[in-house]
Design a protein around this ligand. Structure first.
Ligand code: EPZ
Length: 419
């Protein structure tokens, strides 16, 4: 098992280029099942979850040419694909459930493993299933698999999501893109990654339009055309590097992302005292000693993203006063707290609230990573701690951060991977 060794108390300086977004690429890869024409995807991040999704597509018969060097894939789904997604592929990457919608849209049946829980929560799919049922899908869950089928071609419907869900919105966008007639989806999640999915499906011939802030109108089509598409940059990776610069009192330039898609994060960092300047595709951040405290709730876009909650918590440990973070999205997303406290943080949790005392000088320690974003928060703390911190189980990290130690070394961190 690989582990990372970080020799801290170094300021991060220089510039870092943001990779393609894992959470945009995953639904777009799943949506490729809809089409029997060639699809070229560019700016894919080389991370484990993308490899797993590509393995999943190959397991159902997709013909895929994956070039890691060029961060691109060429996908050809000419022949009839299998409509089965196995547990061993879906269990490590919950986005595997996103193949359910396209399989039903194109073939009218699917047997897909339920995602199963993970360290941040139960990860239910009830909204996915109940919404697909409104398009004419019958389903049952037996032995951890969703058995779904529709007697006829999926039929468009008016669907209002009972709760904002990124995955359910994505599954329904993909499924209704090939349903007969028109579908109207309301109370949609509107993360930038969802807009990227809509742009991708439209670029291969879909007919999807935003007709309200959280409302989509989708005219189903029968065929798609060949095209190529470049995945948007990863806003959570960008936010992570902004916080890394802030917590190490560094001076960093983030390249390759439109600052508008992380406006909320930038506004929060400015509110707690960071100096941030933005240009077209560049964000400059200057860290400083005076981090102000803040009370913050995570919420669906355009609110503060739950995927940056652990990272921000590390920065708030540097404030001189108490901060409170309420995690409103997932029921168990404070796994990083115990490890941060072992490094000298003073954080107490009560239900979905974390009380961060601040005034923390992190101490180096031997740590255990738990989930993708918690793992990176341990690195951020280790970057500020004198001495050697070891982080175990970094396979969690490799799911969602491309070449993180290489990118960090390039901006001054002393970090290495030990196999
Ligand atoms: C997506 O997960 C992201 N994953 C998550 O990123 C992200 O944290 C999350 O959206 C919220 O922004 C990908 O895009 C691959 P949800 P998803 O459906 O779709 C409940 C990362 O670190 N819910 O918006 O699973 C659910 O339990 C990952 O990259 C239901 O109750 O999130 C949660 O409490 C972690 N029933 C809330 O909704 C359902 O059918 C939001 O979940 C579906 C969800």
């Amino acid at each position: 098992m690989d582990k990372l060794e970080v020799f801290g108390a170094r300021k991060l300086k220089g510039s870092v280029r943001i990779s393609g977004s894992k959470n945009a690429a995953l639904p777009i890869l799943a949506a490729s099942i809809l089409s029997n024409q060639k699809i070229i995807l560019k700016n894919l991040p080389n991370v484990k979850d993308i490899e797993t999704m590509i393995k999943l597509l190959e397991s159902i018969g997709s013909v895929i040419k994956y070039s890691k060097k060029k961060n691109s894939v060429i996908i050809k789904n000419k022949n009839k694909l299998k409509t089965f997604a196995s547990y061993n592929l879906v269990k490590t990457m919950r986005a595997g459930i996103l193949v359910l919608g396209p399989m039903l849209a194109r073939y009218g049946n699917a047997k897909v493993s339920t995602p199963g829980g993970c360290s941040i929560g139960v990860r239910p799919i009830d909204i996915h299933l109940k919404s697909l049922a409104k398009l004419g899908v019958n389903y049952k869950i037996v032995d951890g698999y969703v058995y779904a089928h529709s007697k006829k071609k999926l039929k468009g419907a008016k669907i209002r999501f009972p709760k904002i869900s990124v995955g359910a919105t994505e599954n329904l966008i993909i499924a209704s893109s090939m349903a007969a007639g028109t579908t109207v989806l309301s109370n949609c999640a509107i993360e930038p990654e969802i807009k990227d999915l809509v742009n991708f499906i439209n670029c291969i011939g879909g007919k999807i339009k935003w007709i309200g802030k959280r409302t989509l109108r989708i005219h189903g089509v029968n065929y798609f055309k060949e095209n190529e598409y470049s995945i948007m940059p990863d806003r959570i990776e960008a936010g992570t590097y902004l916080i890394a610069a802030a917590v190490t009192e560094g001076d960093l330039k983030i390249l390759g992302i439109n600052p508008n898609i992380i406006k909320t994060e930038i506004d929060i960092l400015k509110k707690i005292g960071l100096k941030i300047k933005t240009e077209k595709e560049i964000i400059k951040i200057l860290g400083n000693k005076n981090i102000k405290n803040i009370n913050l709730k995570t919420s669906p876009y355009p609110g503060f993203p739950t995927d940056l909650q652990a990272q921000l918590m590390v920065l708030l440990c540097k404030s001189k006063k108490i901060s409170i973070i309420s995690e409103e999205i997932f029921e168990n997303r404070f796994m990083h707290v115990a490890e941060l406290n072992r490094m000298g943080a003073k954080i107490k949790t009560k239900g979905n609230k974390a009380f961060i005392e601040g005034n923390t000088n992190f101490r180096a320690a031997e740590l255990m990573a738990t989930d993708l974003r918690a793992s990176v928060s341990l690195i951020l703390a280790a970057l500020t701690a004198k001495g050697k911190t070891t982080i175990n189980r970094i396979y969690h990290l490799d799911r969602g951060y491309e070449q993180i130690e290489k990118k960090l070394r390039k901006i001054g961190a002393n970090i290495r991977r030990v196999s």
